[in-house]
Structure formats: C-alpha cells, structure tokens
Design a binder for this molecule. Structure first.
Ligand SMILES: [Zn+2]
Length: 377
C-alpha cells in the first residue's frame, strides 16, 4: 500500500508512467497494479519532473536588503528546494537556520565567506570580515544545512581588495572539505579572466550570462578563453537571473555557441519577485525555452544538474529511493513578452506553469493550480 500514487504522469521525455510514493520517498516508478491511500490521475496530460531546485535565491527573512520567505519563492511556485546564495555569513547563519525550519520548502545555504553576509552591498570591502575560525565553526554547526560557500566578486562588493577575497575563498574551501564554491561575477575589477583562472572543478560561476563588463563573451562575441578553459576543468555555469544579471543577447549568443547553463536559477528576492524582471523560477525557465533550449534541457538544469552541483544526493531524480519531491506542471501555448535585466525584450510562445508540488511525499497546490482546481492533492 502506497501513500500516494500519481497515475499516468507525463515525463519530459514524453513517456507516461505511474509514480508511487511511500514514507516521503519515491517507492516505485512504472505502471503498477498497487494501491495507495490517495491516487491522482494525471491522464497523461500534466507533466511531472523531480522537484524543482532553485540553486540561487535569497530568503533570509531578516536580511535588510535581499529578504524573502522560502515558501513564497518555493513551494507556492512549484519549487521544492531553494539554496540561499550567501545572504548570511557566520554571524547570522544560526538565525537563518532557525527561521527556516518551519518552511515546507527544503532550504539550504551557501555560506557567505564574509561573516556579516549581505547586511550591506560591500561585505568583502573589509578583509577583516573574512574570519576562518568563525566560518569553520559555522560549517561544523550546520553540516546538513550549509552546502557550499559564496563569494561575491564584483567591484561594488570587494572595494579595493581586487582578487584577494577569492584567494581566501579558495583556501577556506580547502580547509572545509572542498565544499562547492559559488562565485558571483558582475562589474570589474577584478577582471573575469583573473577570477576564472582561479576556479576549479565543481566551482560555480553565477550570473553567467550577465551583460556587464565581466561578461563571458569577448567584444567579438566569442567565449573568453579563460571561460573555455574553466569549463574544460569542470567549472559550472549558473544563471542567477536577478535584478541585474541576465542579458538575453549574451545568453542567446552563448547558447548558440553551445555554452548552456548547468543550472538555471532565479536569484529571486521580494523586489525582483514582485516588480520583475524575475517573478518566479518558472518564468526564468520559460525564458530559456524561448532562448532555444529544449524542455528536457531546461528541466535538467533545475533537477539533476542542481542536485549534482550542490551535492544533494537524494534529490533531483525520479527514481526509487530518492526524496518524493516532485513538480507537476503544464507547458502552455501562450504569447508572453519577457524582459531581461537590461530591459531588452524577448517574445515567447510558451510558458511553464507549475500546478502543484509534492515535497517529502505531501502535496501542495500552487496559486495557479488552486485557482483551476486541476486535481485534489
Ligand atoms: Zn544573489
């Protein structure tokens, strides 16, 4: 007897299958004669993927600049797991952890290498904010919450310190079990080439399609040699759309060159959620469909790639034994005019529409799903 049985779920490879859930885990994939306490028939019509993972958000509710609530940006929009990218450092991580334990959405953190986190925009302008002892203690206190480190390497953040904070970040990474390191890029200095040369396998460049001076393309529109080498070493590219960090022109050119993102993330927080240009992870994903990626490619970026990059070993895949985190969604034919962070527009003709999410085996309708009474979870 299963707890929940999704019948005739349409997968992104266009096959149709049953998905059986028990005790918060996926119990079985494939057509089954088994019975469940609750059965939902998706009629081969609605898509199901592993639960969407947003690899770059801001949801420390007490952050003075980049605050939001995990469930508003998470489960309410079909996102089952969020990774907060450096809103807190060693000083506030305990408070962040405590505040997010009640959330339905699974919340993880990339610890800001600056102990003060994002209380101001220039958290790495004072090198004294990088404290190895405080960071190590924080990582030790939260081994299941802190999944990596975050270093914001742009001029407004590092002040006069140039590349020095990244050198420290790489050392801290080594001293703390080689955790994934996410590096934000934007305005220079430091120059992107200097940043890229210091990154190694598993490190993540976020804001990878930004339109600022530290973009990944040369003025001639080719991929910078330093980025080509970094990708060859295993450095990963993360979208991190945000208020100022996605250029359709850069993304289109890069994707045309075969430089796809490993992860599609929103960099969402209350302001760019309410006023745009982000709104939701689903909208960011839809932009990448409009930029030429296929549905399976886009979904992989928010499921298995995100889980692999952040070492979330029980997430990101529809397979027996994995967490029963799933997203139920439609791909609707409708005209949408998207805007990027440069205020350029992109005409799209389809929109990913999350209807419901299942988190640890329990179902939650999204706003859209509830409005339409699509099915009763
Ligand atoms: Zn961010």
């Amino acid at each position: 007897m299963f707890d929940l049985l999704l019948r005739q779920a349409r997968l992104v490879d266009e096959t149709v299958t049953d998905i059986a859930i028990k005790d918060g885990k996926i119990a079985q994939m494939g057509i089954t004669e088994g019975q469940a306490t609750k059965t939902v028939d998706l009629a081969g019509k609605h898509y199901v993927s592993a639960g969407w993972i947003d690899a770059h958000v801001h949801c420390y509710p007490r952050s003075p600049i980049y605050h939001d609530q995990p469930d508003i940006i998470g489960i309410a929009t079909g996102v089952t797991t969020v990774i907060d990218a450096g809103s807190t450092g060693a000083d506030d991580i305990d408070d962040f952890y405590t505040l997010t334990r009640e959330a339905v959405t699974d919340v993880y953190a990339l610890l800001n290498i600056s102990r003060v986190g994002l209380i101001a925009q220039n958290e790495l302008a004072d090198m004294n904010n990088i404290n190895a002892e405080a960071l190590q203690q924080a990582v030790k206190r939260h081994p299941d919450f802190i999944v990596g480190l975050k270093a914001r390497m742009s001029s407004s953040v590092v002040g006069d310190n140039g590349i020095a904070p990244l050198t420290r970040a790489k050392a801290l990474q080594q001293e703390n079990g080689n955790l994934p390191l996410m590096v934000h890029i934007g305005n220079n200095p430091p120059d992107l080439d200097e940043i890229a040369e210091r990154l190694s396998a598993g490190d993540i460049i976020t804001h990878c399609y930004n339109g600022k001076p530290n973009r990944i393309l040369t003025p001639a529109g080719e991929l910078r040699a330093s980025i080509t080498r970094a990708i060859a070493r295993g450095v990963r590219l993360d979208v991190g759309h945000g208020s100022a960090s996605l250029s359709f022109a850069v993304a289109k050119q890069a994707i045309g060159l075969g430089i796809l993102p490993h992860t599609i993330s929103s960099d969402i927080y209350c302001r760019n959620r309410i006023n745009g240009p982000v709104y939701s992870l689903a909208k960011v994903m839809s932009k990448f469909l409009a930029l030429g990626m296929t549905l399976p490619q886009v979904i992989a970026c928010v499921t298995e790639h995100a889980a692999d990059g952040l070492r979330l070993r029980r997430k990101g895949r529809l397979a027996a034994g994995y967490d029963a985190d799933l997203t139920i969604f439609d791909l609707r034919r409708q005209l949408v005019l998207f805007r990027d962070a440069e205020n350029d527009s992109l005409q799209a003709d389809q929109l990913l529409t999350p209807l419901a999410a299942i988190r640890a085996g329990r179902g939650y309708m999204t706003e859209q799903g509830s409005a339409e009474h699509v099915f009763d979870l």
